[in-house]
Design a protein around this ligand. Structure first.
Ligand SMILES: *Cc1c(COP(=O)(O)O)cnc(C)c1O
Length: 370
């Protein structure tokens, strides 16, 4: 074998290189404003992102976990309350609930779409349930209409975890303004990623927006006057400046992801892998391209031997994490989440994955004999 070209799972260097002059100019301009906490750069980004999401308000916070946590606080979720979460998600979704002293109540996904199964939600509702927290996992929108209808029937609020869904559409409308609050992460690897941590919430509810604005800033709107016991969780202005640049390219970069996804879907149609099912009303942001196979370990080795990066999202479901060993979720309580953890594998996916690299991934996948 000659020198082998490696294909990373995701190249953040390539994303940076594509926009380098514009990002560096924005960072310098931001540093020269003399505003180092909140200020004009944050406000500009908040306004731009709210309009992008077709939502009335956006509040920038320090990261996606804080966006979820402060949103729950703003909806008065506290000790002993219950919040319905997917059994298969990144642990941040559950941790935000636990940070309020509330209990994450897991509901299994529809294994075809990987998203929370609305048909199973009502059985999980108790008198202590306050919020339903669907996740748009891997960038595919959850089925929001039945979830919103259940919330209305039981007088619950809906918080969406959209950390993987920047630019996704549900029934023709962008994610960002369907539920009571929508939480976002701008972690570098997300579809809209900063050069460090960042997060935000979007909402159409002025009271919730106002409460989160106060909570993120020590519970204060007038300096040294503290209305509530708040937090220090503010979107950094340098990151806001970077995000304002990258927001302009989000749709184009998502279109490249969608074209990679459709190439994978066509190439893998007959290869024996289980592919994500996309409902007709969904237009995913394709944060990740996740397939399933019982021969997951062998496939990952086969790809690695050819220099192709892949990742597992996620290898251990939250209910089996040591972090949740104190709660009474036992192994096999959530068999669909466990099947996913055992079988999923994420293929290289990103706006800078070249056509040549896509061909290479597809050809190596074609050689796989489980
Ligand atoms: C990334 C992510 C988060 C947390 O975002 P951070 O900015 O890393 O705190 C929450 N939920 C999901 C589904 C995520 O993918």
């Amino acid at each position: 074998m000659g020198s082998m070209k490696t294909i990373p799972f995701l190249s953040l260097e390539a994303a940076y290189a594509e926009l380098q002059p514009e990002i560096e100019a924005a960072v310098l301009a931001s540093m020269r404003t003399g505003w180092y906490v909140l200020g004009p750069e944050v406000e500009v980004f908040e306004n731009d992102f709210a309009s992008y999401c077709e939502a009335s308000y956006c509040v920038g916070v320090a990261n996606g976990l804080d966006a979820l946590h402060l949103a729950l606080r703003a909806m008065d979720v506290g000790t002993g309350d219950e919040v319905i979460v997917p059994s298969n998600t990144y642990i941040a979704t559950w941790l935000a609930v636990s940070q309020c002293g509330a209990i994450p109540v897991p509901v299994e996904p529809d294994i075809a779409t990987y998203n929370i199964d609305p048909k199973l939600i009502e059985a999980a509702i108790t008198p202590r349930t306050k919020v339903i927290l669907p996740v748009h996992l891997y960038g595919q929108p959850a089925d929001l209409d039945p979830i919103l209808a259940i919330a209305k029937k039981y007088n619950l609020k809906v918080l969406e975890d959209a950390a993987q869904a920047h630019g996704a559409h549900y029934k023709g409308k962008r994610i960002g303004g369907h539920g009571d609050v929508v939480a976002w992460s701008f972690y570098p690897g997300k579809n809209l990623g900063a050069l460090g941590d960042g997060g935000a919430i979007t909402t159409n509810n002025p009271e919730i927006a106002d409460r989160i604005r106060v909570l993120r800033n020590y519970g204060s709107r007038v300096k040294y006057v503290n209305e509530v016991p708040g937090y220090n969780s503010r979107l950094d202005p340098v990151q806001a400046a970077v995000l304002s640049v990258k927001l302009k390219y989000l749709d184009e970069w998502n279109a490249r992801r969608a074209s990679i996804a459709s190439r994978y879907a066509m190439a893998l149609a007959d290869a024996g892998f289980l592919q994500p099912a996309v409902p007709i009303w969904a237009s995913p942001a394709w944060h990740l391209y996740v397939i399933r196979t019982k021969a997951r370990e062998a496939l990952q080795c086969h790809l690695a031997a050819a220099g192709i990066g892949s990742l597992i999202h996620y290898p251990i479901p939250p209910h089996l994490q040591l972090a949740y060993s104190g709660q009474c979720h036992k192994a096999r309580d959530f068999p669909i989440a466990e099947v996913m953890a055992a079988e999923v594998i994420s293929l290289p996916m990103g706006p800078q994955l070249s056509a040549e690299d896509q061909n290479q991934v597809i050809s190596i996948l074609g050689d796989f004999k489980p």
